[in-house]
Design a protein around this ligand. Sequence first.
Ligand SMILES: [Zn+2]
Length: 71
Amino acid sequence: MPRKPSLEPTRTSSAPIEAIYDPVCGEEIARPEVAPAHTRDGVRHYFCSDRCKTRFLLDPLRYLVSGVEIV
Ligand SMILES: [Zn+2]
């Protein structure tokens, strides 16, 4: 594999793109930097809307055990 050129243009995001999903509705969060978020037990959760965040806060365990993996 040839090395990448050193003059690689700056990417829009410095972090590797890893899919983040709303634990409430399962929607993919395309822009977590502007999405409503909540940190629980050291894990940051992102939501597609304030409505989903509110639902999550009302009953977090319901969504955390649903099998949606949050990375
Ligand atoms: Zn949602």
